[in-house]
Design a protein around this ligand. Sequence first.
Ligand code: PSU
Ligand code: MN
Length: 302
Amino acid sequence: MINHAIRFGSEVEAARTAGAPIVALESTIISHGLPRPANLTVAKEIEATVRAEGAVPATIGMIGGEIVVGLDEGEIHHLAGSDDVVKLSVRDLAPAAAARADGATTVAATSAIAAKAGIPVFATGGLGGVHRDASATFDESADLTALSRLPITIVCAGVKSILDVGATLERLETLGVSVVGYGTRRFPGFYLTDAGFDLDWSVADPESVAEIIRAARTHEVHGGALVVANPLPADEQLDPALHDRVLAEGLAGLARDGVTGKEVTPYLLAHFHTATEGKSLDVNVRIILRNAQLAARIAAAL
Ligand code: PSU
Ligand code: MN
C-alpha cells in the first residue's frame, strides 16, 4: 500500500508554515502543451518568475501515483522528458494514483489540488473550454466544470483561441465562474490580444484582485472560481492573419487524422508550434511568464 495523501515539496511546505505567498502551476503545459526541449527551460523560467516577485512556485503533478504540490527540479525534468506521462484531469487522479502513474495535471486537476491544499492563486497560459464542433462532439473541457465549484483565482490569457470562445464565455456565465479583465474590458484570446467579446468587469492592479478574493471569502455566497484574464499587449500577439490560417489548417488536420478527446488540445498546440516556425511558441512563453508574474503579485497582495 502507498500513502495517497498529497505530498508537499520542501520549499512549499516551508512557505505554508510561514504563511508566505504561493502560486500554483500546472504541469500539462510542460508535458503536453509545449515542445521539447523548450518545455523544460520554460518550466524553470515560470518558477524563476514567481520567485522574482517574492512568492514560492508550487508546480503540481503526479509522481509514481503520488500527488505532489511543489515538484522538485528532477521531477519536473522527468515530466518534461518522459513519454510515459499521462495527461490527468480531475477524473483521472484516483485511477492514476492507484496505478502508480506519472502524470501531468490539467487546469481542472491542478485547480482541484491547489484548492484542497489551500493555495488560492494559480497561473496558466490559457483555459480549456468549449471546442468549435462541440454541438456535435460534446467536447467541452473539464476545466470549466472544475472552476464552477472551486474557490481559486486563475490568471490566464483567456481561453485558447483554438476553441469556440463565445460559447466558452456563455458556459462560464452558466457555471457561475467570475471573469474580470486585467486592464481591459475585452476578453483576450490567448495568442490574440482580443478575442472579440466584452467583459462586465475590469481591474487595474493586483490589489484590486485581492479585494475581490477577500469579498468572496467574507460573504461566502459564491464558491466558484475567479478568472483573471490578462491579455498580451497588442504588439506581442501572434499575427492575426497567420493565426487564422494556421488554425484553419489545424482544424482540418483534426478531421483528417481522426483526432478526438484529450488528444485534441495537444495536437492543435503542436500544429501551431510547427506551422508558425516557433512564433506561437514565443508568444505562448510570453503569455505564461506574464501570467506567472501577475499571479505572484496577487498572491503577495493577499
Ligand atoms: N493552455 C496552454 N497549454 C496547454 C493547456 C492549456 O497554453 O497545454 C492544457 C491545460 O492543462 C488545460 C488543458 O487544462 O490543456 C485542456 O485540455 P482539454 O481541452 O483536453 O480539457
Ligand atoms: Mn476535451
